[in-house]
Design a protein around this ligand. Structure first.
Ligand code: MTE
Length: 448
């Protein structure tokens, strides 16, 4: 990059940061013409103070601000800290019109505004099938039983106190809903990375390995080859998980997230963590684990979270989230206001292990450069990548392509559709393209 970073370009954030709710709804409905005008107005407002700074000296330096000349607020004014009021637009958001009731809906994580790999707990995406509750932990129980007494000798019921006294692990993992990017199977559908990829978050979870609990209950691994995990909410979310995953020691029952108790929206006081596997198996408000000798084919795995293939057949239990990546900045809805240097940044992840390499293209996949990976790279966790780019003011198409430690390469839309068709909902891990036009606007496009 040499000295190119010394002329950094300016970036207008995604439209949600300065559009009204009505305007956001219009984006959802496909009416985008006013967006350009909003961007131009915002761009002009942004440029004026800069010109003034150059000719008259910068008032932000010349005049002592109020925060230098007055007393600040005392400690513990906010006993639980909150983000600055200037960051109030960085929020999880619902996609307008996606579902009919908020209790069975999704809120998307604002990936475009995050740094590093950890999702702040208050911005972790949400997906509920029947709403969330703030459950009294003293009334919450985890029951472990067998579908046959032979499979598990000592069925038990654990209180939260008992679970939290057991040996624990803390691990950083991504969670991605199987339906993430699901709207884009047929064509471009939504404008920003928050909506294309925001059913994705990454946290440090703390809890007890499920293996330890099953062994405490006298499991017979030879006979019990599957578990069924069940949630305490009205949807009674139930998912089958193969016993090898549990035996590997990776699956755990978590009560902690990013150093504190789980948030109610994310399963407080107990959820299952199934690293690398689609979010639906991370059962929240976990109340029961049953061990059995075959997959359970529950409603959440027989008619939902299955892959429709081009020949009309459904594929069940494709639970692993394959290797995927996305550029989070610059990304759809943002605008490049100047030519010059941009730090292109994004996220990569794989349900099969660690990320080995991320390549970035600025010309729609003709030429690729290897991005810088920010380490240490964690197993089945988000991985941050960065690469410098000097925008010459000409049209460009930005893409990222991740490769995981198994050697699997993230596919193009063309490659994925050949195998999966265009009518699926789940498990879309295609390469994302962001088009930059001469005005600097960045939009969501698809390149085969
Ligand atoms: N567990 C229960 N009990 N009820 C639910 O509705 N939703 C599942 C899973 N676990 C769900 C659940 C789905 S589909 C996903 S993607 C993840 O939780 C979302 O987890 P989050 O809301 O913490 O992001």
């Amino acid at each position: 990059m040499g000295d190119s970073y010394k002329q950094p370009g300016r970036l207008r954030p995604a439209p949600e940061n300065f559009l009204s709710e009505d305007q956001i709804k219009a984006v959802g409905a496909g009416r985008r013409d006013f967006l350009r005008k909003s961007f131009m107005a915002a761009g002009a407002a942004f440029a004026a103070p800069l010109a003034a700074r150059a000719s008259e000296g910068d008032p932000a330096i010349l005049n002592l601000p109020e925060w230098t000349t007055s007393l600040g607020q005392p400690v513990a004014t906010r006993p639980y800290g909150m983000p600055s009021k200037y960051e109030s637009q960085l929020l999880r958001r619902e996609s307008p019109g996606l579902t009919r009731v908020g209790g069975a809906s999704v809120s998307f994580c604002p990936l475009q505004g995050l740094f590093g790999i950890i999702t702040p707990s208050g911005l972790h995406f949400e997906r509920h099938h029947q709403g969330w509750h703030d459950i009294d932990p003293s009334k919450h129980r985890l029951m472990i039983n067998g579908s046959d007494p032979e499979f598990l000798k000592k069925p038990k019921v654990y209180t939260m106190d008992e679970l939290m006294r057991m040996p624990s692990v803390s691990r950083i993992h991504f969670i991605e809903c199987g339906a993430n990017t699901g709207l884009e199977w047929g064509n471009v559908a939504v404008p920003t990375v928050q909506y294309t990829h925001g059913m994705l978050s990454c946290s440090e979870f703390t809890g007890v390995p499920l293996k330890l609990l099953l062994e405490d209950c006298g499991v017979d691994y030879k006979k019990a080859r599957y578990i069924l995990a069940e949630g305490a909410d009205g949807s009674s979310m139930t998912r089958t998980i193969p016993m090898e995953m549990v035996e590997s020691g990776e699956v755990f029952v978590a009560y902690g997230m990013n150093g504190e108790m789980l948030r109610p929206e994310n399963g407080y006081p107990l959820r299952l963590v199934v690293p690398g596997v689609q979010g639906v198996s991370w059962v929240k408000w976990l109340r029961r684990i049953e061990v059995g000798d075959k997959p359970y084919a529950t409603k959440d795995e027989a008619v939902h979270y299955i892959d429709l293939l081009p020949n009309g057949l459904h594929r069940q239990y494709t639970s692993i989230q394959e290797c995927k990546s996305v550029i989070t900045t610059p990304s759809g809805g943002q605008t490049l206001l100047d030519k010059g240097f941009y730090n292109v940044s994004g996220l990569a992840w794989s349900g099969r292990g660690k990320i080995k390499q991320v390549d970035v293209s600025f010309d729609g996949g003709i030429n690729w450069q290897t991005a810088r990976i920010e380490g240490p790279v964690q197993n089945k966790a988000l991985t941050r990548f960065n690469i410098g780019w000097v925008w010459d003011g000409k049209p460009a198409i930005l893409q990222s392509r991740a490769i995981d430690e198994t050697g699997y390469v993230q596919p193009t839309y063309g490659q994925l559709r050949k195998v999966r068709g265009t009518k699926s909902i789940y498990h879309n891990n295609a390469i994302q393209s962001w088009k930059v036009v001469e005005s600097g606007e960045v939009t969501n496009v698809q390149v085969l």
